[in-house]
Write a protein that binds this ligand. Sequence first.
Ligand code: ADP
Ligand code: MG
Length: 269
Amino acid sequence: MDEIISLKHVNYSYFGKIPALSDINLSIKKGEMFCIIGQNGSGKSTLLHILNGLIFPDSGETLFNGTPVTEKSMRDTNFGSQFRQKIGYIFQNPDVQLFCPTVFDELLFAPLQLNLPLETARERAEQTLLFLDIGYLKERPVYLLSGGEKKKVAIASILTMNPEVLLVDEPLANLDPKTQTFFTGLLLELNRAGKTIIFTTHHLDLVDHLQPRVAVLSEEHTLRKTGTASGILNDEEFLISMNLIHEHVHKHGEEVHKHYHSHYVFHKH
Ligand code: ADP
Ligand code: MG
């Protein structure tokens, strides 16, 4: 597989004083399913912001298809608009992303930004509604939707742009179990259709389901390890040391059990 994104010695701090990423080196291939895990505050969202060119490293560099992503290169209309079109970002909180009065307006926004004719934009929006099974939401005001519906509309509004790469921050955050299952299936389907997917998560069960390549960020904001999903998930000692699973005590009848608990992978009775 060809490399699509690479990070070389990337450092980032907020306001020059709050460290968020320290010497990150990564290479992501076209069509890959890639996941970033790490405890709260380790720098996962910051890393996605860097990958999306929302912020730029203090030092080190990001390359997209071999071209450095910098404030200057993003101002270059050719590279900048190609980059914006090829990489879609789905925020953890859909409220940050949605700003149009109705769902259909939201879905028309990106295609019209790409200067597609209105008819083509409408077709894309309709197809995306069908693909996500949310045709019934078409004329609804966005602010009245449930959290799960908003998340579907947020993804739909990115898919209408037909990006090559999807950056998804905590795809399962604040969703009910049924909607979580829907999104897990959707990520798999989009990846099978050839999209590069880079997501962050706290849910190790999602890692188990999607079997991505995994990068683990440490509390010190360094990249501690990259590996296969099974390699990472089976290393219980490592997961404990990274604060990704914790010890649980619970009762079965009269018997008290004590074991490490990732809510899925090691929880077998
Ligand atoms: P994660 O997504 O892994 O929880 P973040 O990337 O959000 O981690 O945060 C990494 C570090 O940067 C944390 O210490 C966090 O408090 C800090 N941080 C994140 N966003 C901001 C911001 N907008 N301003 C200042 N500090 C921030
Ligand atoms: Mg985060």
